[in-house]
Ligand binder design. Structure first.
Ligand SMILES: [Zn+2]
Length: 315
């Protein structure tokens, strides 16, 4: 396996990653996201730490905290909680949907060059963090309805994300939305020398429930993160399992990732009826009962993430 994985605390060997969930939220500052949805706030250090410790006790080893800067990322807490829980945390640079920023935010207004410089610095030198460093290990790029060309700000942010990924070798984590064409993002990054194997498409299990479409993305070499596990308002267990079975049957168990995309409504420590350990404790038995093998579970929960999150050598 090539490269290393860049956690908030520094680089680790991919073999050390262990069970990983590639789209989670463990800390989220009160801000514009909270105003849109009160579930989008997890800023109690003790509660989030308890959740990470329970995850570790259940066999969890790593998470991606998928909130970029200026829209709720909490670097000091990520660093401290990673140290105190021994869970590897990967944080992201890049950008989210415009609605998650306050007006005038750097991400919305900065020129492309300035965005590129910011994204690269967050990966190579770390994100601003008291008591840091806190390195970013992936570039997030969020597609809204209307896609990359929705407006000039999105276009600029996508170009900057691609350039930062190209310059650093970091993987790209792509938020998809209903009405946004994942294929457009696949082509966009591939046209800019980012191999499909470096792309992780999130949320397609809820934004476009269509195994044939998923297979098209997978056949290019990209990873799909099914991160709506137990989000029953979006997708039932039967549907999630059917999707996984269908994609595995087409030959792609080595490109699937499983995650929960947690909010405070989906973390036991914050009062919910499930925790970050749900995949390990509840969903894995369902996978096994539904004909998914131990080996395929290990791929989806461990080996695939180790490859997908690796930094590539830059030529
Ligand atoms: Zn998310």
């Amino acid at each position: 396996m090539t490269g290393t994985i860049r956690t908030v605390l520094g680089d680790i060997a991919p073999e050390a990653l262990g069970h990983a969930q590639c789209h989670e939220h463990i800390f989220l500052e009160k801000g514009p996201s909270f105003l849109l949805n009160p579930a989008l706030r997890m800023d109690d250090y003790a509660l989030s730490l308890a959740e990470l410790k329970a995850y570790k006790a259940a066999g969890g080893s790593a998470i991606v905290d998928a909130q970029p800067g200026e829209c709720g990322r909490m670097p000091e807490r990520l660093v401290r909680a990673s140290r105190e829980s021994s869970v590897y945390i990967i944080t992201v640079t890049g950008f989210h949907k415009s609605e998650f920023y306050t007006a005038g935010a750097f991400a919305l207004t900065a020129a492309e060059d300035a965005l590129v410089a910011r994204f690269i610095a967050e990966i190579e030198e770390g994100v601003p963090c008291k008591g840091g460093p806190c390195y970013a290990g992936a570039v997030k790029a969020a597609m809204d309805e209307g896609g990359i060309n929705r407006d000039s700000s999105y276009r600029r942010r996508f170009e900057a994300a691609a350039e930062a990924a190209r310059m650093t070798g970091a993987p790209v984590i792509i938020h998809t939305e209903k009405g946004a064409d994942a294929m457009e993002a696949l082509r966009f990054f591939m046209d800019r020398d980012i191999a499909a194997q470096r792309l992780i498409f999130c949320h397609l299990d809820r934004t476009r429930y269509d195994a044939a479409f998923h297979v098209e993305i997978l056949s290019a070499g990209a990873y799909l993160c099914y991160d709506s596990v137990n989000r029953l308002k979006y997708i039932s267990h039967a549907q999630e399992l059917a999707l996984i079975q269908a994609v595995i049957a087409k030959g792609y168990p080595a490109q699937l990732l499983l995650s929960l995309d947690t909010t405070n409504q989906r973390l036991r420590a914050y009062g919910a009826d499930m925790g970050l350990d749900y995949i390990l404790c509840e969903f894995k038995p369902m996978l096994l009962e539904n004909g998914i093998s131990e080996e395929e579970c290990a791929m989806m929960m461990t080996g695939n993430a180790a490859r997908a999150l690796s930094m590539r050598a830059v030529s």
